[in-house]
Write a protein that binds this ligand. Structure first.
Ligand code: ADP
Ligand code: ZN
Length: 828
């Protein structure tokens, strides 16, 4: 993509800049257009402009908000206009976050402003709006009825936004307004909407004398009048600032307050109130945990190598979180700050409590479920240095932490660290790496099942690896023992079929759940919902069709329902769906997949009397549902939990002893380069929920392909073997980390047009690559996206694979209906 720098004529209301102005500023402008470069402006001598400041700048005929990225002595273009005003004398961003923004924009081919915006306080971006104002001396009303209504409305309401005006009087064109302005009836101007993020104030009664003095005076008042309201107010205020609302609840009237103010006892003031989500938690006593020798060794080794990137590879339940807590304590003691990221779905009350118990005072929590006000206040608490530890999901990485000393990504392999919408489509791990380089902070990546790319880096030595190989089993008396990993059995569903079991639960799984029910323990039934019914599987031999050139499962092409076809959604290669299994000739070769609702029903049928709950994306959409389910599980009000990926994370429940993976094959056969890795991770994580205390856990993986490496390795708790299998596949096919991927996606309501446009861009890309005399990157497609149609639009994609596919994409011009994803976590 390339965008021309706008060289616009100066606004008439502003003086044109002199070419001999002394200083210039590179400004990222909130122009709602996808520029990846800043714009040059002259700095008027009377303005004190600094790097990181928010400013207002002329842009075309509008005034827009911008952030100063750098001051320079020569402008990028000749004809520059001056900065109109400084929005806030205090810089809102520092050099580090500006550096991160520039890196985000270059790496992910995203608009510079959007990359700046991730670091701004929530609700900071101000929109430009059209304002319509009445004139001081109104002329006679015009004859046109619409004109009349417009003028009557602004005469009654004063200055209004164009939107409000349209709401009140119907269609109002700009042409009409300009005509009315020319006629001297009104004025039209561009203004800025007020920011949605705002501090909140409350009125307080502040004590002006010491507490004993207030108490004494209260007693004196009561001696005169036993029910004295003023005495009550004084007593309450003696305990610290008294919110006016509470004073009113004690019966205070304005007269009481005035009287106490006149007496010099109290003063009414405005105090900013913090909307703090952490206040919702009550933190118990800090548990005095002594690190195990493995934990201690890992923490010491990480602390001994500050400024480096570390991989903390520890099996589920090995106590990685305690290592993070220890490292955070060290960093805070050194006067620095820390950011701990967890996947959004793992940001449970359990996680917040664990950090809150140790660092409640200085903890800020940032995630997408905060209200606008809470998010705003948390940002400023961090920026003021009052909160030095941030616990949050992906975007909390960009918090304005002072003197950053440590960044932790827990469960670093998680896909939710990759932002998909909106731009920039960054990966928090890569961005954290950038932040580490800019600040010198230590970066810790923790996981039981590291991303193979991360593990490969630790093999190559560019990051340091630390292992926690044993589970920690805390007993109720505070002591710990070495825990056992749950036993994992693989259930061969082909055998179950042969033995006459036509239900969705294998015999062994059913027996285990029954036993758990009798013992009053809890079970999880895990369903892999992603992509269900989108691939074909032979129930007799387990065969799944695979694309010979892409090494991924071929999907059913839903766009051709009459003559079903299999299609590789990476390269587009297709073939007719055979009626019988090409491998064994069997006739149970059919689309595969079951949903959570069906499993919930089956569970109720097979386990009558059990309390069954379902947890999937439908359920979790409701705010607070996550907390509600965790609480119900903790109170043991749920016996069997049926759910998808989201339940695999972070649950640490003493009575959870049985885990059944109902349909392991679904994950295995997703047509994606990381399908095997993903399956291994999910199986390991789900299995990790079982048997985390004294009671042993048992896990059952149901599959038609019991020899598949992700299943075998997960059942053996063998990360290393899995890694070796997976890295070989990646090397063979040129997938990350041996090649980078980029995906271009085009969507349009007309399928034929969508394909044509995608083909045009693919051809253009190939031509550019070939003329440069290169063979890199591979350009695959266009092919239909895995989700072939979304919100009425057909979707076609081009996949690039090579050393730096972003560079080639950056050279072509792409319209609005294209989206670019560099380093996608998945091609689904
Ligand atoms: P992970 O993050 O590796 O899955 P956790 O940090 O959640 O593991 O630890 C598992 C359990 O063990 C938690 O309940 C935790 O409180 C407990 N635990 C971890 N380390 C210790 C320790 N040194 N002493 C006592 N209990 C510990
Ligand atoms: Zn293919």
């Amino acid at each position: 993509m390339r965008y021309d720098r706008p060289v616009s004529a100066p606004l008439t209301s502003l003086p044109a800049a002199r070419a001999h102005a002394l200083r210039f500023a590179a400004v990222a402008v909130n122009a709602g257009q996808p520029a990846r470069t800043p714009f040059s402006y002259a700095v008027p001598p009377e303005l004190d402009v600094r790097v990181g400041q928010a400013v207002f700048v002329p842009f075309g005929s509008r005034i827009l908000q911008g952030i100063v990225l750098a001051l320079e002595t020569t402008p990028e273009v000749e004809d520059v206009r001056p900065i109109a005003a400084v929005a806030d004398p205090e810089p809102v961003l520092d050099e580090t976050h500006i550096g991160v923004a520039r890196w985000l924009s270059e790496t992910y081919l995203a608009p510079l402003w959007d990359c700046i915006a991730v670091s701004l306080p929530p609700g900071y971006g101000q929109k430009s709006v059209t304002m319509v104002s009445p004139v001081d001396v109104p002329l006679l009303l015009p004859i046109d009825p619409v004109d009349q209504r417009i003028l009557q409305h602004i005469a009654a309401h004063g200055r209004v936004t164009l939107d409000a005006l349209r709401e009140a009087v119907g269609t109002v064109t700009m042409a009409r307004l300009q005509r009315l302005q020319l006629g001297g009836h009104l004025t039209v101007a561009q203004g800025l909407a007020s920011p949605s993020g705002k501090p909140r104030f409350t009125r307080m009664l502040e004590a002006l004398r010491s507490a004993p003095e207030l108490e004494a005076h209260a007693s004196a008042l009561e001696a005169a009048r036993p029910q004295s309201i003023e005495a009550r107010i004084l007593r309450a205020a003696a305990g610290g600032n008294l919110p006016l609302g509470e004073a009113r609840a004690l019966g205070a009237t304005p007269a009481h307050v005035r009287h106490l103010e006149e007496g010099g006892w109290l003063r009414a003031t405005e105090v900013q109130v913090e909307r703090n989500p952490v206040d919702a938690y009550t933190f118990g006593e800090l548990p005095a945990l002594v690190l195990s020798s493995d934990q201690q060794a890992a923490a010491d080794a990480i602390a001994a190598n500050p400024g480096r990137t570390h991989l903390l590879h520890g099996v589920t339940g090995s106590g990685k979180t305690e290592v993070y807590l220890d490292l955070v304590a060290r960093v805070l003691a050194a006067g620095k700050g820390a950011i701990v990221l967890v996947p959004e779905i793992a940001l449970t009350p359990q996680a917040i409590r664990r950090f809150g118990e140790r660092f409640g005072e200085t903890l800020a929590v940032r995630h997408s479920a905060l209200s606008g006000g809470e998010a705003y206040d948390q940002w400023y608490r961090i920026q003021r240095g009052e909160a030095r530890l941030v616990l949050g999901s992906r975007s909390a990485l960009f918090s304005p932490v002072k003197d950053l000393g440590l960044v932790v990504l827990d469960e670093e392999h998680e896909w939710s660290y990759k932002q998909v919408e909106p731009q920039p489509r960054y990966h928090a791990r890569a961005a954290a790496e950038q932040l580490r380089q800019l600040t010198g902070a230590t970066l810790v990546l923790g996981s039981a099942t590291p991303d193979v790319t991360t593990y490969q880096r630790s093999e190559a030595g560019s990051i340091l690896r630390h292992e926690l190989v044993e589970r920690i089993n805390p007993a109720s008396d505070g002591s710990t023992a070495t825990g056992t990993m749950p036993s994992i059995s693989v259930i061969d569903m082909r055998e179950e079929l042969k033995n006459g079991n036509r239900t969705v639960f294998g015999f062994a799984l059913k027996r285990a759940v029954d036993k758990a029910l009798v013992a009053g323990e809890q079970s999880i039934l895990f369903v892999n919902r992603r992509g269900s019914a989108r691939f074909t599987l032979c129930r007799d031999c387990g065969y799944v069709p695979v694309c010979p050139s892409c090494d991924v499962a071929m999907g059913l092409d839903l766009a051709e329902p009459i003559q079903a076809r299999l299609r590789c959604h990476h390269c587009g290669r297709s073939r007719r769906l055979e009626e019988r299994c090409p491998k064994c000739g069997g006739n149970r070769y059919r689309p595969f997949g079951v949903g959570t609702q069906r499993i919930e029903q089956e569970a109720r049928t097979h386990f009558p009397g059990a309390r069954v709950a379902r947890w999937d994306s439908d359920v979790s959409r409701h705010k607070g549902s996550h907390e509600a389910i965790v609480a119900a599980l903790e109170r043991r009000e749920i016996d069997i939990l049926v759910g998808t990926q989201m339940l695999a994370k972070g649950l640490d429940l003493p009575a959870m002893t049985v885990v059944g993976v109902v349909d392991a094959d679904v994950g295995l056969s997703l047509p994606d380069f990381s399908a095997h890795e993903r399956t291994f991770q999910v199986l390991s994580q789900v299995a990790g929920r079982a048997g985390r205390r004294e009671k042993a856990g048992s896990v059952f993986i149901q599959t038609y392909d019991p020899e598949a490496p992700p299943i075998v390795c997960a059942a053996d708790h063998d990360y290393r073997s899995f890694f070796e299998h997976e890295i070989a596949h990646r090397r063979r096919a040129g997938y990350p980390p041996f090649g980078r991927l980029a995906r271009l996606l085009f969507h349009h309501g007309n399928d034929e047009h969508a394909l044509q446009e995608a083909a045009r861009v693919a051809t253009d890309l190939r031509l550019r690559r070939d003329t440069a005399g290169r063979a890199d990157p591979d350009i695959l497609g266009p092919s239909r996206a895995f989700i072939p149609r979304l919100r009425g639009d057909y979707r076609w994609q081009i996949v690039l694979r090579g050393r730096n596919p972003g560079a080639l994409i950056g050279s072509v011009r792409l319209g609005e209906r294209w989206s670019v994803d560099v380093d996608p976590a998945t091609l689904l």
